[in-house]
Write a protein that binds this ligand. Structure first.
Ligand SMILES: Cc1cc2nc3c(=O)[nH]c(=O)nc-3n(C[C@H](O)[C@H](O)[C@H](O)COP(=O)(O)OP(=O)(O)OC[C@H]3O[C@@H](n4cnc5c(N)ncnc54)[C@H](O)[C@@H]3O)c2cc1C
Length: 438
């Protein structure tokens, strides 16, 4: 009977992982993928797990957040990584793949699995009660988006992502910046980076000439629904930013009591205050350019970027309000979500959450208690972030060391600290997998 089979919507990275994890629990799955009959604006084939852009799954180096995440994913049985290993192309310490081979092997593996049936149809309506994993991605079809709005309410489904870069607070030169709120109102919640006229001019020139991504078909409608990128705003005139996001009034520098020529305000991105982002700095500058131009701001010369700014089409739900950390929809326990649609960002992040949604849909099916990934793993900290109900301005996030709880011991060198965090995560994910992974 159909109702006995778990439904997975979307045969992308997250959906394939979810289907595979479910099947590994001995549970039959119907995996719905609308391609090739109905394409998204970015996919080109009918293959499962098609990589829509870069062929790099990023670093495997254990001193990077992506390396730690991969270590964890291998431990909890990622099928994408297992197949990616067979399709590698040389790329130094990064795991880059032949995308056609990856899609072909994955399609073959999933389609030939005795417990998985692939159905190439668009799902237009969410089922009422059937156990389901929604993994329809950033380019979820219009009909399904409508159905999601019915479920979540219009205010909890977003169609664009406009994120300013996020920096490691520990990498800011505190001697050059100061705490304060405009006109001293409320708590001194912002770190202010003051610029002299000369510094402003230099920054402004580099910003207006920086190399940006073109607006493609996928991203059309962006500036109407989201906000204007900082570089586009700057090109309107030399002083536009000084009267906008870089407005200095009400922000005197306590060290000399003078109002600077311009100010960049940095706001906390997490409760621990380990991650900050410049207010109003959403951008489509190319990634290398973002780092180069932002490091011209006093105090940010050696800034470490935890995630870079993006502005693109991206369908995602307001997970902090809607999901618990088992990736279960709070108001409908038979519904799980995974992938970019929950507000994670990136190939590996999407795939990794697919494994957890699959494990938990399987556990629900079997009547077992749901699994929560320990918060001191890269994956657990990411899930905690996107499902934290105390978040006020939810924006998608990628894996990064700033999400992890501190070690609790002092380790002076940043590189050593990362290795210690990687070791801790390895230990915790092993414990998790011993209990929850077949
Ligand atoms: C244009 C673009 C470029 C990107 N480039 C990168 C990059 O270079 N590196 C990176 O790390 N991340 C990138 N991302 C972000 C993200 O990592 C990928 O989008 C990733 O594929 C997300 O995985 P997913 O499984 O959540 O969604 P997807 O891989 O998109 O899978 C979702 C699947 O659901 C299907 N689907 C949608 N609606 C329905 C429906 N109603 N019924 C049935 N099937 C449906 C789609 O056809 C698709 O196959 C990019 C995103 C976009 C939009």
């Amino acid at each position: 009977m159909k109702e006995d089979r778990v439904m997975v919507i979307g045969g992308g990275l997250a959906g394939c992982e979810a289907a595979f994890a479910l099947a590994n629990c001995g549970i039959p799955v119907d995996l719905y993928e609308m391609r090739p009959h109905r394409q998204t604006p970015a996919h080109k084939t009918g293959l499962l797990g098609e990589l829509v852009c870069s062929n790099s799954l990023k670093s495997e180096d254990i001193g990077t957040a992506q390396g730690v995440l991969k270590q964890e994913m291998r431990r909890i049985g990622s099928i994408i990584l297992e197949i990616a290993d067979r399709c590698r192309v040389p790329a130094g310490s990064a795991l880059a793949v032949d995308r056609h081979l990856l899609g072909s092997y994955l399609t073959e593996t999933i389609s030939n699995h005795p417990l998985i049936q692939v159905i190439n149809e668009e799902v237009r309506d969410l089922p009422d009660s059937r156990l389901t994993v929604v993994a329809s991605g950033p380019l979820t079809s219009d009909a399904l988006s409508e159905s999601l709005i019915e479920l979540t309410g219009q205010e909890h489904l977003f169609f664009f992502d406009a994120v300013a870069p996020i920096l490691d607070a520990g990498s800011i030169d505190m001697a050059k910046v100061y705490w304060g709120s405009r006109y001293g109102k409320g708590e001194s919640d912002y770190l202010n980076c003051p610029l002299s006229e000369e510094e402003y001019d230099r920054f402004y020139q580099e910003l207006i000439n920086a190399d940006s991504l073109p607006v493609t078909e996928v991203d059309q409608g962006l500036y109407f629904s989201a906000c204007t990128p900082i570089e586009v705003m700057a090109r309107k005139g030399r002083d536009t930013l000084r009267f906008g996001p870089m407005r200095p009034v009400g922000l005197p520098d306590p060290r000399n009591d003078k109002v600077p020529y311009a100010v960049v305000q940095l706001r906390n991105e997490n409760r621990e205050g380990t991650m900050v982002s410049p207010v109003g700095f959403q951008t489509r500058m190319k990634w290398g350019e973002q780092e180069r131009v932002l490091r011209l701001i006093p105090g940010l010369e050696n800034a470490k970027f935890l995630r870079l700014g993006v502005m693109h089409r991206n369908t995602y739900i307001n997970s902090p309000q809607l999901l618990n950390t088992a990736l279960q929809f709070k108001d409908r326990p038979n519904l799980f979500f995974a992938g970019q649609i929950i507000g994670v960002e990136g190939y590996m992040e999407s795939a990794a959450t697919g494994i957890i949604a699959g494990i938990n849909a399987g556990r629900r099916c079997l009547g077992s208690e749901l699994a929560t990934v320990p918060e001191d793993t890269m994956l657990g900290s990411l899930i905690n972030y996107v499902c934290d109900p105390q978040q006020e301005r939810f924006q998608p996030m990628n894996a990064n060391f700033g999400l992890l709880p501190p070690l609790g011991i002092k380790v002076r060198k940043r590189a050593d600290r990362k290795l210690q965090l990687a070791k801790r995560s390895e230990l915790k994910i092993r414990e998790f997998s011993e209990i929850f992974v077949n």
